[in-house]
Design a protein around this ligand. Structure first.
Ligand code: PEP
Ligand code: MN
Length: 338
């Protein structure tokens, strides 16, 4: 970290800052540049809050040389994290993991029909929301515990590991017993108490990117989980909010190679929430594969027109099967399996 001090700062003031930093255990060197003093701070600067330094009136700027995250930092950990979900490996160079299923679990009959069909098409994991984070309090909120029970039953029947969204730390026990990947939704990406609690479980966590969050903020959220003790984090890009209105969100595909550069965590893509339109899902899924995604999460429904949530972006069983055919071709072209 480099701290630039304003010109003409009294030496006594500069000393106060240096004493503070040395007191925290950092090694400090100084050099003069264009009438200004530059203070170089050596050590693990992830624990320094930039704003605490900027609080010193004579500090002009704070420049970080290394990222504020370390446990999920590629510069520090070269080896890719491969997350093991009941024997299915998700991560770099592993087969591209396809997660599919309804936005919300609605009924046993519908869930079973979807599970049987996506399995036949080649999906490896079943998704389904039971505790739904809806914008309107009047919209369908999910079946709750009953939905989790139905997912567990489908898991036993079809041998598909389950992915479902956890919305509060109080649900951890229920999820640990029944769910294979605990999804943190976009709206909860910065629910730090939830992230800390999930750091204490050993279950894989699917951390969705908040729709208004930077890549650095996203990685800092992953850092919360990993630093609390759970290394099994999978990132999920699900679109960010931009000025564009023809899509529900804007799919940030560039994030995939950026994450691969900056972090050692696996990353998957959810083209359903990213576009909000089932007609766009297949093409975006194919693009995500070519961009290097380690998996996809796709919303599928046996009758999208009657779905209780996100019907407009849900694929029919037939269209999901077609998506799988196209995605297999893409995977083959980049020498990866599905
Ligand atoms: C979902 O996966 O159903 C969901 C609500 O996603 P997001 O948190 O990305 O909006
Ligand atoms: Mn949804």
């Amino acid at each position: 970290m480099i701290i630039t001090i304003k010109a003409k700062t009294p030496k006594s003031e500069l000393k106060k800052l240096i004493i503070k930093l040395e007191g925290l255990g950092f090694n400090i060197t100084k050099n003069d540049h264009a009438n200004k003093v530059m203070v170089n701070v050596f050590g693990d600067t992830t624990t320094i809050d930039d704003n605490a330094i900027l609080a010193f009136l004579f500090v002009e700027s704070v420049t970080r040389i290394s990222a504020p995250y370390k446990r999920v930092n590629r510069d520090i950990f070269k080896e890719d994290v491969i997350v093991n979900v009941n024997g299915i490996l998700i991560g770099n160079k592993q087969p591209i993991a396809i997660i599919a299923g309804p936005c919300s679990v609605e009924s046993e009959e519908s869930l079973n029909m979807i599970a049987a069909s996506i399995k036949k098409s080649g999906a490896k994991l079943l998704r389904g929301g039971a505790f739904k984070p809806r914008t309107s309090p009047y919209a369908f909120q999910g079946l709750g515990v009953a939905g989790i029970d139905l997912l567990k039953k489908a898991n036993q029947k079809y041998n598909l590991p389950i992915v479902s969204e956890i919305s509060a730390a109080s649900q951890i026990e229920l999820f640990e017993a029944n769910v294979d990947i605990l999804q943190v939704g976009a709206r909860n990406m910065q629910n730090f108490e939830l992230l800390k609690a999930l750091g204490k479980t050993s279950k894989p966590i699917l951390l969705k990117r908040g729709f208004a969050n930077t890549i650095e903020e996203w990685l800092m959220s992953a850092e919360y989980i990993v630093s609390a003790g759970n290394p099994n984090v999978i990132l999920c890009e699900r679109g960010i909010r931009t000025f564009e209105t023809y899509t529900r969100n804007t799919l940030d595909l560039s994030v995939i190679p950026i994450i691969k550069q900056k972090s050692n965590l696996p990353i998957i893509v959810d083209p359903s929430h990213a576009t909000g339109d089932w007609r766009l899902v297949e093409k975006m899924a194919m693009a995500a594969i070519v961009a290097g995604a380690d998996g996809l999460m796709i919303e599928v429904h046996d009758n999208p027109e009657m779905a209780l949530s996100d019907g407009a972006q849900s694929l029919t069983l037939e269209n999901f099967d077609k998506l799988m055919v196209e995605c297999r071709k893409m995977a083959k072209a980049i020498e990866r399996e599905i």
